[in-house]
Structures are given as C-alpha cells and as structure tokens.
Design a protein around this ligand. Structure first.
Ligand code: MG
Ligand code: MG
Length: 263
C-alpha cells in the first residue's frame, strides 16, 4: 500500500505542477493516467461502475466527483483533484486542493478554506490510534474546522453527504469515516487498520446536490469547496501516511501523533 500511495502522490504532484490557466481538466487526467501506468500501476476510479477517468477534478463550487473533460481552467479557480491507484492489488487514495495559477491568484477566502481543510485532514489523521474509537476522526476534523473558522471570522460548512472509508484490497471498504462528530457507538480502530481520511469543506453551508451528469457534486448555495485526502496506516507504534512522500511525519507530529513508518 505504501507503493500504491507513492504512485498516487507522484500523480498528484504532476497534476498540481501541470495545472495552469488555459488547460483542460481532461488534459490533467491524461497526464495522471500516463504516469500511473508508467509505474506498472493502474487507476482505480475506472473500477467504480460507470466511471472511466483516472481523476476527479472538482472546480470552485464542485465539491467532489467532478468529471475531467473539456472544461478549461481559469486563473484563480479552486481546483480539487482526487486520485486513486492500484499497485499489485493494493490501493492508494488521496486528494489535494490548489489555486490555478498559484496562491497569488487566489481569493483570500479560498486560500484560507484550502488551508483549513488540509489542516483538518491532519487533525483527523492524528486522531487515529489503535484501540480508539474511529469516530474520534470526525470529532477532530469538526473541531479543527470550527477553530479555523473562528480564526478567519467565518463559519465553514462540513459536508456530511460524503465520507472517508477504510481501504486496502479495495478502494471503498467498511467502515465509513465521517468528517463530523458522530454520537453513539463507534467502531474501534484495530492494529494495521488502513483508512482514507477526506474532509470536504465549503465557504457556505454543508448542503450539496448532484448535477445531471450523475457524478458532479456541487454546493447548493454556490459557494466554493475544498477537498483533501490521505491514506493512513495505523499501528500500535504509530501512524504512517501512505500517500505522503514524507509519510506525514511533520504534520502528524505537529498534531501530537506518533509517526511510525515501516521502512
Ligand atoms: Mg479519493
Ligand atoms: Mg477516498
């Protein structure tokens, strides 16, 4: 899964480095597919029935599951890219959000949203521990987003319609991992659990709808959204973020979690 995670990390690096005004989301998809296949891996999203692309590219008010195609990126767009790959039967799944044209082209509120969403991902990941309730993740994500919102003087929407998930030999395994505080019983995190933590956060409400294409999820109020995701391994010794080049060491430790790579 580490190998699969690094393929995903390199594909996302390439997409982020390549995304610029005037480029189509379909061209980004082709770049990612080529890189993944060149590493003897294959994209996982085409294994979801009815979907045939390597990436999901969600722009501005699109939250997740945007379909790559003829859409031309514009300077200042908030682009979220989700990527999954399979290497020797094992899955990696990660997502990033960036401003097309670089941070200097971004609206301040979009930059803050992106940073808040990314930080909530790390807060959620850091809440993973063997023997702990899995739902501690959602509580940590929610608390992180609320704290970021207070600092920025706004109320963010935490999307509840889509959630994280366990991952391994398949991309989407049970149990689900909500990005919000869940009351009641929770699964307990076991040694060697692998999960995809993926908060989706908006500048408005948490309400979403699906466009007529059957895939693209947008905010009902038209506000912009960000999406970050990593695949994380949990062991007694600590955590290893399989889709991060550095295994997540710095960000995990900043959130008080133990970093424990296998290599
Ligand atoms: Mg994903
Ligand atoms: Mg996922």
């Amino acid at each position: 899964m580490r190998a699969a995670g690094l393929v995903v990390a390199r594909a996302l690096d390439l997409v982020v480095a390549s995304a610029r005004p005037g480029m189509t989301t379909g061209a980004l998809d082709a770049l990612a597919e080529e890189l993944i296949r060149s590493e003897d891996a294959r994209p996982s999203f085409p294994e979801v029935p009815g979907y045939r692309h390597t990436l999901c590219t969600s722009v501005n008010d699109e939250v997740v599951h945007g379909i790559p195609g003829a859409r031309v990126l514009v300077e200042g767009d908030l682009l979220s890219v989700d990527c999954g790959a399979i290497y020797q039967g094992w899955h990696g799944d990660a997502a990033v959000s960036v401003i097309v044209g670089g941070a200097g082209a971004g609206r301040p509120e979009d930059l803050e949203l992106i940073a808040a969403t990314e930080d909530s991902l790390w807060a959620g990941a850091a809440a993973l521990a063997v023997g702990a309730p899995l739902h501690d993740v959602g509580a940590a994500v929610e608390d992180s987003i609320h704290a970021s919102g207070e600092r920025a003087g706004r109320v963010y929407g935490i999307v509840e319609d889509y959630v994280g998930h366990a991952i391994g030999r398949e991309m989407h395994l049970d149990p689900q991992i909500p990005n919000y505080r869940v009351h009641g019983s929770s699964p307990t995190v076991r040694d060697t659990f692998t999960g995809a933590i993926e908060p989706m956060v908006t500048l408005g409400t948490d309400q979403t709808r699906v466009l007529a294409d059957g895939w693209t999820v947008v905010t009902v109020d038209g506000t912009r959204a960000a999406h970050w995701e990593h695949t994380v391994l949990v062991r007694e010794e600590g955590l290893w973020v399989l889709t991060a080049h550095d295994g997540g060491q710095a960000r995990l430790q900043a959130h008080g979690a133990r970093f424990a790579p296998l290599t």
